[in-house]
Design a protein around this ligand. Structure first.
Ligand code: FAD
Length: 490
């Protein structure tokens, strides 16, 4: 009987996992394998593990692998963990297990694609069966094309084409794994990978907020569909409410597939008696999954997206090198409450609401004139959902340097954004407790509050909460002038 390897990568789940289903269908014993790859070869997530600094994503990966190991052992299998170059490791594991087939779900990062292609070719030359599948997108980047047979640069036509092409893709239940004599294979110990941060353990609050793993992902989906989907259309812009799905870190590691989310959302919205409002909310939500696919579409067709401006005219932009301003931004000490609340939410919980991601990113790029790549790198380290496609595409969207981007002259005003999307200031009060007693008319602009109001709220500007590090109106003018300079050069 043929032994098969399922190479888990960004698909740490048993259900709706086409590679796992194919490995089980091959009929023989299945060896589940996860390889911790070098940053240069894989999807940019693996860093200097021995330093003990880790990233928020590494924290998630540790717990997600634990959860996957638990789910597999309940089915009589044990997860094989190896660290290093996948090409070599696959060869070793094939030799150790006498496997004749390997299955995996595809990835779309620039380094990863070429690497996988080469591995596939080499293994096939050795006579192995190698099959790969789509396990993480609604539609793969090459399958959605313009009429001229090219890639899309604008979201709405991309989204329309995706919906036209997609059809019904049934969700596959987790396969029942037949019992075979165990295939022996050496595995490293997860703890030895030192994925968790130490000295200091800055992720110690994450476990209160997150449940990594497939079961956590499914719970999160069910809770969202039951409680929040109906509010999503209006609520998705409100950081002070819990009305978004918070599925992003689960999607990041493939603990749930976008296909599962798609089908479950449609089912929830189509149950008899459900209103048009719910259907509209469901489509507003599914459209965001469409943005995720669009980010991957851009990354696949423009692999330099994480490193280079999509619009080359931005290469001439003169960015500030200002480490003090960057430090104030990253630690949530800019003096603009909505910006500081977002950056502290990120640090404490590994996640930030989308509206606030836009506000904080705009502040870094436009108020402080700091290169979007510096902000993207900070997000990549601190977000539990750090995703090379979504992160780069979104930062370029805010900067105005990306495809279908927000124009550069759209500068988010942190005061009016705060007042509109956190009208009572409860989001700010949660994350910036120094301001918690300030009345709502001053909560987004404490520097304008009368001395008596500050005193009563125990706010001492410059002492227990900073003065604004820039004046927004002046900074906005400076940003527009800098932008005009690159436009003038064209
Ligand atoms: P929901 O609103 O519930 O949406 C459901 C899913 O749709 C999300 O989980 C996500 O997969 C996808 N999605 C939602 N909004 C977007 C969007 N604007 N672009 C692409 N996909 C989207 N998202 C990441 O997953 N990883 C990142 O590293 C990341 N970096 C970002 C950086 C900046 C500067 C900005 C402005 C946005 C970034 N986003 C990123 C997109 C978005 O903020 C998050 O996906 C979203 O906040 C996750 O919360 P949620 O799961 O509750 O989203």
């Amino acid at each position: 009987m043929v032994t098969s390897i399922i190479w888990f990568r960004r698909d740490l789940r048993l259900s709706d996992n086409p590679a796992l289903t194919a490995a089980v269908a091959a009929g023989g014993p299945v060896v589940p394998l996860f390889i911790l790859e070098d940053a240069t070869k894989g999807d940019n997530t693996c860093r200097d593990y021995d330093s003990g600094t880790g990233t928020a994503c590494d924290w998630w990966l540790h717990h997600s692998l634990n959860a996957l190991e638990g789910a597999l052992s309940a089915q009589g299998m044990s997860l094989v963990l190896r660290r290093g170059d996948p090409e070599q490791i696959l060869r070793q594991v094939v030799e150790e297990t006498q496997a004749a087939a390997i299955f995996w779900n595809r990835r779309y990062e620039p380094g990863g694609i070429e690497h996988d292609r080469k591995i596939k070719q080499d293994l096939r030359l050795q006579g192995l069966t190698v099959e790969s599948f789509n396990g993480s997108l609604l539609a793969e980047p090459w399958s959605v094309k313009t009429k001229a047979d090219g890639p899309f640069k604008v979201f709405t036509p991309f989204w329309n084409a995706l919906q036209r092409n997609r059809g019904q893709v049934p969700v596959q239940a987790a396969p029942r794994i037949p019992q075979h004599p165990a295939v022996r294979c050496f595995s490293e110990r997860l703890d030895d990978w030192r994925l968790l941060p130490r000295n200091p353990d800055w992720a110690n609050g994450f476990s209160d907020v997150w449940q990594p793993g497939e079961a956590g992902a499914l719970d999160q989906l069910v809770t969202f569909l039951e409680k929040s989907l109906c509010h999503y259309k209006e609520g998705r812009d409100r950081p002070d409410r819990e009305q978004v799905s918070r599925l992003s870190p689960h999607l990041r590691w493939g603990e749930i597939s976008p296909n599962q989310i798609w089908q479950a959302t449609l089912m929830a919205s189509e149950k008899t008696g459900k209103s048009d409002g719910l259907r509209a909310a469901a489509w507003a939500f599914l459209r965001e999954l469409g943005w995720r696919d669009f980010s991957y579409h851009l990354l696949y067709h423009w692999p330099s997206l994480p490193a280079r401006n999509w619009r080359p005219e931005f290469d001439k932009f003169s960015w500030n090198q200002d480490s003090r301003a960057f430090q104030a931004w990253s630690k949530g000490n800019t003096g603009y409450p909505i910006v500081d609340a977002g950056m502290r939410q990120l640090w404490v919980s590994g996640w930030m609401h989308n509206r606030v991601r836009m506000i904080t990113a705009s502040f870094l790029i436009k108020d402080l004139l700091i290169d979007w790549r510096q902000g993207a790198a900070w997000f990549a380290q601190t977000l539990v959902d750090a995703d090379i496609a979504n992160n780069s595409a979104s930062w370029q969207w805010v900067a105005g340097s990306g495809a279908d981007a927000s124009p550069f002259f759209r500068v988010f005003n942190p005061i009016t954004q705060g007042a509109k999307f956190d009208p009572d200031g409860s989001y700010v009060r949660t994350w910036v407790p120094e301001l918690s007693a300030l009345p709502k008319q001053w909560i987004h602009k404490p520097w304008e509050a009368p001395a008596a109001a500050l005193e009563e709220a125990n706010v001492q500007l410059g002492k227990n909460y900073p003065h604004p590090i820039v004046d927004h109106a002046t900074a906005r003018q400076r940003a527009l002038a800098t932008f005009e300079a690159i436009r003038g050069d064209q």
